[in-house]
Design a protein around this ligand. Structure first.
Ligand code: MLT
Length: 407
């Protein structure tokens, strides 16, 4: 008799974004004449930049001749990409190419990383939070059931609200693994050096590991905000960092990301012996993953060339300008708005204490605009709504105009 992993039975409903997709498809089917503007899931709209496209084509062409054809690549990624990342993204931070693992996405990596840590680990997550962290904690058997307040037994939740500036306090119960995401999805909050130092010191003191999701670091424009947790002294001993080309360079459909696990980072077995986390991840990666395709890695490396950097930055600026327009428009019509600076996400309080899903339905039905209900990211997101700045400029302007006209 085949038995299922019963942890899956603890999961609440479907994953957030497919549920939104389902509601939107239903609306479009019933209203085929309406132009729906999507600002829900953070999916990019601007095409790959010329340098990336050129390298991508070259990579494909190389696969077409015997002399340059490549079969399986290294599971960890080609050296040319890992070295380029180490030199460009982590210069002076003590990260080397062999600490870097190329993958097909940070969503997969932030979920899969849980597998190398024991089921008895206590996980701390922010609330609201990118749903992958909580759902994969459940899938890997580290929780009990979900309570009526939306919290799973066994997870340490760190509420992030207006009162604490959407910045989590240190938890009262000590976690073993701590998920942090900066710039934050969904609230758009950023963390100062002091804030990150607080977490690094806490992790060192408690022999905990920080799982630092930096998928949106490219949107940081403020020079005092750290792009990497490794800018904080001691972080290499306690932090794993996840980065992605998805939002940075328009790779949501092309797929390329990377995870950094410094050699110094140790975890413990039940006898208290230390083990290099990097080696466990390397073992997992080599067993379960066959690498990202060569043309995609070539394309990713092109984002670090002189022209590539400039072209990619222009696109980031375009999305940041969208965020600015959205933040300003929503503020002008009386919404309380957070994020949207150093971040592609604008986090707005609904009016008249409307619930997040009621607001979602109202905005969809009356303005034909799709956003993401804050409560989908956790109970503390109730009463909030997230708008993504990854739309076309003209759609952003039109969407804001339509939201302005909501009754
Ligand atoms: C989001 O909208 O939160 C993200 O696009 C989802 C993701 O990156 O998987």
């Amino acid at each position: 008799m085949a038995l299922i992993n019963e942890n899956y039975l603890k999961l609440q409903a479907g994953y957030l974004f497919p549920e939104i997709g389902r509601r939107v498809s239903e609306f479009i089917a019933a209203n085929p004449d309406k132009k729906v503007i999507k600002m829900g899931i953070g999916d990019v709209t601007q095409p790959l930049v010329p340098s990336v496209l050129k390298a991508f084509h070259e990579g494909v062409d190389e696969q077409g001749t015997a002399a340059s054809f490549k079969g399986y690549g290294p599971e960890q990624g080609y050296a040319f990409l890992r070295e380029t990342i180490a030199d460009n993204s982590f210069a002076g931070l003590g990260i080397s190419a062999d600490d870097i693992f190329i993958s097909d996405g940070s969503k997969c990596d932030t979920g899969n990383i849980q597998e190398i840590f024991g089921a008895s680990n206590k996980i701390a997550i922010c609330d609201p939070v990118y749903p992958v962290y909580a759902d994969t904690t459940v899938m890997t058997g580290k929780t009990g059931v979900c309570q009526s307040n939306g919290y799973y037994d066994g997870i340490i939740y760190m509420p992030c609200n207006k009162e604490n500036g959407f910045t989590p306090e240190l938890p009262t119960e000590t976690p073993d693994l701590i998920f942090l995401c900066y710039p934050n999805n969904p609230t758009g909050t950023v963390a100062s050096k002091e804030e990150l130092k607080k977490w690094v010191d806490y992790a060192i003191k408690n022999k905990a590991i920080i799982l630092f999701d930096a998928a949106y670091e490219a949107f940081i424009t403020d020079k005092d905000i750290p792009h990497s947790i490794y800018e904080i002294e001691g972080a290499r001993k306690v932090a794993i960092e996840f980065r992605s080309f998805s939002k940075t360079a328009g790779f949501t459909g092309t797929r390329c990301a990377f995870t950094v696990i410094p050699k110094e980072l140790m975890a413990y077995d039940s006898k208290g012996n230390t083990h290099a986390v990097r080696n466990l991840w390397n073992r997992r990666h080599s067993t379960k993953f066959n690498g990202v395709s060569y043309p995609v890695q070539k394309a990713a490396a092109a984002t670090f060339t002189k022209e590539g950097k400039k072209e990619v930055q222009d696109i980031i600026n375009y999305y940041l300008d969208n965020a600015k327009i959205m933040k300003q428009s929503l503020s002008e019509i009386g919404y309380e708005v957070f994020g949207g600076v150093n971040s592609p996400y604008v986090w707005a309080k609904t009016k008249n204490n409307m619930s997040s899903w009621d607001f979602f339905d109202k905005v969809l039905n009356e303005a034909n605009v799709v956003g993401t209900p804050g409560s989908g990211f956790g109970p503390s997101g109730e009463g909030y709504f997230r708008f993504s700045a990854f739309a076309d400029r003209e759609n952003v302007i039109e969407a804001m105009e339509r939201v302005k006209n909501l009754k």
